[in-house]
Design a protein around this ligand. Structure first.
Ligand SMILES: Cc1ncc(COP(=O)(O)OP(=O)(O)O)c(N)n1
Ligand SMILES: Cc1ncsc1CCOP(=O)(O)O
Ligand SMILES: [Mg+2]
Length: 217
């Protein structure tokens, strides 16, 4: 049995933008963490190891204060080091089976891009969640492989949390939830919005039952 903890499995999985200034990163995050997104992922593709560690520690402290679980991108050892809940690993981020063995308590996620078979293998190797995408063109990662929303339904039988990523905004979110996404991983849809807090709040609608249908006696 997998002993890792299981955070709230529905909602926005907010991911940090590349931001070199830790103070500025924190001040952009504070009002968003106050909205308690389901998770925060610390991701900074432009930072070296020292800045990543400094920022991951700052994220861990801010998340603990806000009651938001933290996931560290790319590096499960850093996740352990800063006391994060989990780590997210993609195809270039090491062996998931090794991470599961050496960090049995971490909540582990795996990028599966547009491949159901990769998701099956990730779950067999110990992943707690699988992530598919990009579902829409992503300004953050323009070269990201594209995925079909049908993957979200097709992966239901895996029995783990399913995450959608890539170009997700409040306007296109509901379709992915309807297709089976438990968590919507978002960078630009919040951080590039004119009002990031309002954008984060708007995602809530996507997770509410459809109230536009009327029942007739
Ligand atoms: C929730 C989530 N899903 C997918 C990714 C992408 O991971 P990866 O393919 O390793 O790419 P980078 O994010 O490292 O550029 C993710 N980070 N989070
Ligand atoms: C890391 C990653 N993997 C696929 S798309 C993407 C970027 C997500 O950012 P955005 O929400 O801005 O498209
Ligand atoms: Mg990665």
């Amino acid at each position: 049995m997998n002993p890792s903890p299981s955070p709230s499995r529905r909602g926005v999985y907010l991911i940090t933008p590349d931001e070199a200034d830790t103070g500025r990163l924190l001040s952009r995050l504070q009002p968003l963490l106050a909205q308690t997104p389901a998770l925060l992922q610390y991701r900074n593709k432009a930072a070296g190891p020292a800045l990543r560690r400094q920022q991951a520690l700052a994220m861990a402290e801010a998340c603990a204060r806000a009651g938001v679980p933290l996931v560290v991108n790319d590096d499960w050892r850093l996740a352990l080091d800063v006391g994060a809940l989990g780590a997210h690993l993609g195809e270039h981020d090491g062996d998931l089976r090794q991470a599961r063995r050496e960090a049995p308590g971490l909540w582990l996620g795996a990028s599966c891009y547009d491949e159901l078979e990769r998701a099956r293998q990730a779950v067999a190797a110990g992943a707690d969640y699988v992530a598919f995408g990009a579902f829409f063109p992503s300004g953050t990662k323009p070269g990201a492989r594209r995925a079909d929303p049908r993957l979200l339904a097709e992966s239901a039988t895996l029995g783990c949390t399913r995450v959608a990523i890539g170009g997700i905004t409040p306007d296109n979110a509901a379709g992915l939830v309807a297709a089976g996404a438990d968590l919507l991983a978002v960078i630009g849809g919040v951080f590039d919005a004119p009002d990031p807090v309002a954008a984060l709040q708007s995602f809530r609608l996507a997770f509410e039952p459809n109230t536009t249908e009327t029942t007739h006696p």
